[in-house]
Design a protein around this ligand. Structure first.
Ligand code: KMH
Ligand code: ZN
Length: 282
């Protein structure tokens, strides 16, 4: 029997545990070592996550795209969990294009692929068309399943252009993530989410994540609109006003509880592989 990839009966939960922006000194619960990351991954898997979106740090807890470290990270996460391992190709705003392309040499299951440049607080997250095309071609060549990161409405137009010019992704299915509430990107509210979803390619699945205080409203709107969820300390370090996140697992747990209440319980990694077209590495 064929998997119905667009069914909204269940919820894919992705955890983004680290990111490139928060500092360990300011956020002690942030997982920055490989041991911390694997422990977090196991806890989040138990809480309901199926995909892990990974940024790594160096020995000083600074963001790095070192391919050797990324490769070790992919192997360790596969050894310790059955999560789909999605490496960030966004990195930090200071990372050069060549280093971001080289992320795929670590041979992850999946990767993020941002569909346009966006103001990113006081910085600029650069994703020009030529880079997007080259990165997409490499995902197709390596058999890595991309998740299209959409920070703004214009990114959706670029996604349509990319699919029209370069064809379907590895795995044959288009899955997007609406990243909402970045200062400079689209706002994290229900009206914007509905507008963005209406503009997505036919047959695409999508998750949404709200940055900072937009985390909960975006999660509720996404569940109501039939979408999937991304949560984690990359996107918010506050669980509630004045209450810091104590660990990624509590964010996943809250997402899984809300999904359950919405009558759309969490997908297992195995079910998520079928939906996204990610081959089994176990
Ligand atoms: N850290 C941001 C500059 C991604 O992972 O692909 C980019 C980002 C998106 O987090
Ligand atoms: Zn990221």
């Amino acid at each position: 029997m064929q998997t119905d990839r667009t069914s909204t009966a269940q919820t894919l939960i992705t955890v983004a545990p680290t990111g490139a922006e928060s500092e360990k000194a300011a956020v002690p619960a942030l997982p920055v070592t490989l041991d911390e990351l694997v422990t977090t991954a196991k806890d989040c898997r138990a809480a309901g996550a199926a995909v892990i979106h990974v940024h790594i740090r160096d020995d000083q807890a600074r963001p790095t795209l070192d391919v050797g470290r990324l490769t070790d990270t992919v192997h360790a996460l596969r050894a310790g969990t059955d999560l789909i391992v999605q490496l960030s190709t966004g990195g930090a705003v200071t990372d050069p294009y060549q280093a971001r392309l080289a992320v795929l040499d670590a041979r992850p299951d999946a990767c993020s692929l941002t569909c346009g440049t966006v103001n990113f607080g006081d910085e600029v997250f650069m994703n020009p068309w030529g880079f997007i095309k080259e990165l997409y071609a490499k995902t197709q060549q390596y058999g890595v399943v991309p998740e299209f990161e959409l920070f703004d409405m214009g990114h959706i137009a670029t996604l349509h252009r990319l699919l029209a010019e370069s064809g379907l992704p590895s795995g044959g299915h288009v899955h997007c993530d609406l990243v909402m509430g970045v200062p400079g990107g689209m706002p994290g509210d229900a009206a914007t989410l509905v507008q963005a979803v209406a503009a997505l390619p036919a047959g695409a699945t999508w998750s949404a994540t709200g940055i900072g205080r937009t985390s909960v409203p975006v999660m509720l709107a996404a569940l109501a609109a039939g979408g999937h969820l991304r949560v984690g300390m990359e996107d918010t370090v506050s669980f509630a006003r004045g209450r810091p996140v104590t660990g990624n697992a509590e964010l996943v747990q809250r997402a899984a509880q809300l999904a359950e209440i919405a009558q759309r319980p969490a997908l297992s990694p195995q079910q998520a592989r079928a939906m996204l077209g990610v081959p089994d590495h176990q």
